[in-house]
Design a protein around this ligand. Structure first.
Ligand SMILES: C[S@@+](CC[C@H](N)C(=O)[O-])C[C@H]1O[C@@H](n2cnc3c(N)ncnc32)[C@H](O)[C@@H]1O
Length: 302
């Protein structure tokens, strides 16, 4: 199965350099406020897509279990160090374009700061939709090409790409900004219905961030976030949607976690549980489990 290229975070110090030492306390707190507003009070099984080092994972307090999925093993190792070995968290290295889960497994999913690495966003969203149960909640954050700075730069002729056009813009290799209308269309085509839209990070301006405390900026941002319902010109947008067709009852989740997986290459399930790895009875591929991480990126070598 051919899939689009992946933006590889293997070995990256993203959590430290971007968040902890990168002057982004304001953005982090603004996202926490947005998530609090959007997350359901309770849930069973949440899939965190592009979980990175688990910055947001402790925020999903209402869910019983969380699967952290990321392509990078080292990001997941960092997440595991931060969050520990609690059965609440399961770590899965896999490509979002080939999710290794059975259909309709999750009643919740989040995808924060990850869609912006997707060269084929509708394909990635299609995989998310497949893994979600009827009525499941999906919280998606995306980078907004229709942001105020891009609009002004375009009008002042300092930027060639048009923030008003619907196609994504790749502003750096494998980094994309999206038009909010495109996101709405893709979600709707996949049978999601949008419940809430928040605009986030209104004050991502160095002069303000240098001179005002992050907590104050985040509080002000929180007040402005609901304006996203009718105007989306901030750099980051959060959309809460749910899977339509709630007339179909969700199926029972297999009690054994290992029965949640399917082969990412040929979609066969259940996989044979061989303790240190999972075997696909159809294509014969073997998928490793080591250091607490299920690895579905590349099959084990014989
Ligand atoms: C910018 S980081 C965001 C991490 C986390 N969501 C956060 O907000 O702190 C993007 C993450 O997406 C992951 N990623 C990118 N492409 C992916 C793919 N095709 N499949 C799975 N993970 C992917 C990267 O490995 C990285 O950890």
């Amino acid at each position: 199965m051919t899939t689009p290229p992946v933006c590889d975070y293997e070995g990256s110090d993203y959590q430290t350099s971007f968040w902890e030492q990168g002057g982004r306390a304001y953005e982090d707190q603004a996202e926490e406020i947005a998530l609090k507003r959007l997350l359901p009070k309770s849930g069973r099984l949440l899939l965190e897509l592009g979980a990175g080092a688990g910055r947001n994972s402790p925020r999903y307090t209402g869910y019983e279990r969380i699967i952290l999925l990321d392509y990078s093993r080292t990001q997941l190792q960092q997440a595991r160090q931060r969050l520990g070995n609690s059965p609440r968290y399961t770590y899965v290295a896999a490509d979002i374009y080939k999710l290794p889960f059975i259909d309709g497994l999750f009643d919740g999913a989040t995808m924060i700061r990850t869609l912006h690495h997707m060269a084929d966003a509708p394909k990635a969203l299609g995989q998310v939709r497949r893994a979600l149960a009827p009525g499941a909640t999906f919280i998606l954050e995306f980078a907004n090409k229709l942001n105020l700075k891009a609009i002004l730069r375009y009008w002042l002729k300092k930027q060639d790409w048009d923030p008003f056009s619907l196609e994504p813009v790749e502003f750096a290799a494998l980094n994309f900004d999206f038009h909010p209308e495109s996101i709405r269309r893709w979600l709707s085509a996949l049978d999601f219905s949008i419940a809430k839209t928040l605009s986030v990070s209104h004050f991502r301006v160095s002069l303000l961030k240098r001179n005002l405390p992050p907590g104050l900026l985040a509080t002000l941002d929180g007040w402005l976030q609901p304006t996203g319902a009718f105007l989306q010109v901030s750099p980051s947008i959060f959309v809460k949607s749910s899977v339509r067709r709630d007339d179909i009852p969700p199926h029972d989740t297999p009690s054994n976690l290992r029965e949640w997986f399917q082969c990412p290459e040929c979609a066969t399930h259940p996989l044979r549980d061989m303790d240190t790895h999972l075997d696909c009875p159809q294509c014969g591929r073997k998928w490793a489990f080591h250091d607490g991480i299920y690895d579905f990126r590349e099959a084990m070598k014989e």
